[in-house]
Design a binder for this molecule. Structure first.
Ligand code: FAD
Length: 381
């Protein structure tokens, strides 16, 4: 493909795509509306499926310099502060799924991806360029742009919408832009590791389950800080009030976090399409999901490496092949994430039954339930 692949959006999906294309000798141009790429302070979990793809792109050692490999996940009954289960990660995860489980600050992940993309002469990144439309041309596809200097238009071989939740490229794929209200909001904060109560060891991911809300805590920045995400209903009280009936360590942690950022949560009903003609979608633009399985970014990474491989292979219709390869998985994630959050937020008797079942479940069975997500590997890998 002599003409470049045009990519809308330089988020995790767009950057991974440009890098994966470059590694296979395909040129790309990315257009990002932000004038500077500066991720908000928050973490991201890179489960083995994401790690495997990033490692294959040669990013493993750069990631290990900034990430933490947690030993496991502590699942805790939040009102009582009682540990229900430890789901082992660490070496056990690596053995089972063939790649490490990492947790990382989003800014660090973005910096690793960005440095790798900028080092590739065949990947060109333009900041401050808002995509206003995508369209097919007689023999390719084009992006219509709004830039500092005024309107612009770029033509390429294909267009990929990696423009996130509010994707405008969806119009060209004839999919609705509308997102689903979930009624949930994520409050996110970064806390120094020294301020963490003992119940939240930096060696582990901690998941505290309460009625109508749950909290996820894990180390970032090599373990010097912790990412805290508290998810509950929109319009409910401030974080302190949300955990008022939870055990003391949770209340102490929430009190220690002084700067919260609210992040209303949306997802999309699964769509039966990932492309139309020479325009395709990846990541949140294609299948926005709740964060309850920690897989939104991971699926964007999976999409990117599959699409890059198929474009580079140069078959008769790479985007159709991409859709075929990804559609079932893309449709499964949002619904699975919804089911998970319903379980996480149970109260009363349902929560007691869940807790009993979780405590009694054999570890192997819990790990087996994650195989479809973490065990993913690209056809070529
Ligand atoms: C609270 C929370 C916790 C999460 N935790 C995890 C986790 O642990 N693990 C995980 O895998 N996922 C997690 N996710 C999900 C993950 O953040 C997203 O799924 C992921 O960022 C999607 O990547 P993307 O590249 O598709 O979109 P984005 O990262 O949103 O990137 C889209 C990019 O496109 C740009 N853009 C948008 N519109 C335009 C336009 N018109 N023109 C040009 N540029 C444009 C944006 O500025 C942005 O840079 C979490 C999400 C939330 C809310």
């Amino acid at each position: 493909m002599a003409r470049p692949v045009l990519v809308a959006g330089a988020g995790i999906g767009g950057l991974t795509l440009a890098l994966a294309l470059a590694r296979r000798g395909v040129s790309s141009e990315i257009f990002e509306r932000a004038a500077v790429l500066d991720e908000v302070g928050a973490g991201v979990q890179l489960a083995p499926n994401a790690s495997r793809a990033l490692d294959a792109l040669g990013l493993g050692s750069s990631l290990d310099a900034v990430a933490v490999r947690p030993e496991g996940v502590f699942v805790v009954d939040a009102p009582r502060g009682r540990r229900l289960k430890e789901i082992p990660l660490g070496l056990r995860a690596e053995r089972r799924w063939g790649a490490p489980y990492r947790v990382v600050h989003r800014a660090d992940l973005q910096a690793v991806l960005l440095a790798a993309v900028l080092a590739e002469p065949s990947a060109a990144l333009t900041l401050g360029a808002t995509v206003t439309a995508a369209e097919e041309t007689a023999d390719g596809a084009a992006l219509v742009l709004d830039r500092d200097g005024g309107p612009d238009r770029r033509e390429g071989a294909v267009v990929v919408g990696a423009d996130g939740l509010r994707s405008v490229v969806r119009d060209a794929v004839k999919l609705p832009r509308a997102v689903r209200e979930t009624g949930l909001v994520a409050a996110r904060a970064i806390v120094p590791a020294a301020a963490l109560p003992e119940a939240f060891p930096v060696s582990h991911v901690s998941v505290w389950l309460g009625p109508g809300a749950h909290m996820v805590v894990y180390p970032v920045r090599g373990g010097r800080e912790a990412n805290v995400v508290l998810i509950g209903a929109v319009g409910d009280a401030a974080p302190e009030a949300r955990v008022a009936r939870w055990a003391e360590p949770a209340r102490a942690l929430v009190a220690a976090a002084d700067r919260w950022t609210d992040w209303p949560l949306f997802d999309r009903a699964p769509a039966p399409r990932l492309r139309r003609g020479r325009v395709a979608l990846i990541g949140d633009a294609a299948h926005a999901t709740l964060p309850s399985l920690g897989q939104g970014a991971a699926f964007a990474i999976e999409d990117a490496v599959v699409l890059a491989r198929l474009i580079a292979a140069g078959g008769p219709d790479p985007l159709a092949a991409y859709e075929k390869a990804r559609i079932m998985r893309a449709m499964r994630l949002p619904e699975a994430s919804r089911r998970q959050i319903a379980i996480d937020h149970m109260g009363g008797l349902a929560a007691r039954a869940r807790n009993l079942a979780l405590a009694a479940a054999p570890t192997g069975a819990l790990l087996g339930g994650l195989d479809w997500i973490y065990g993913w590997r690209d056809a070529e890998a």
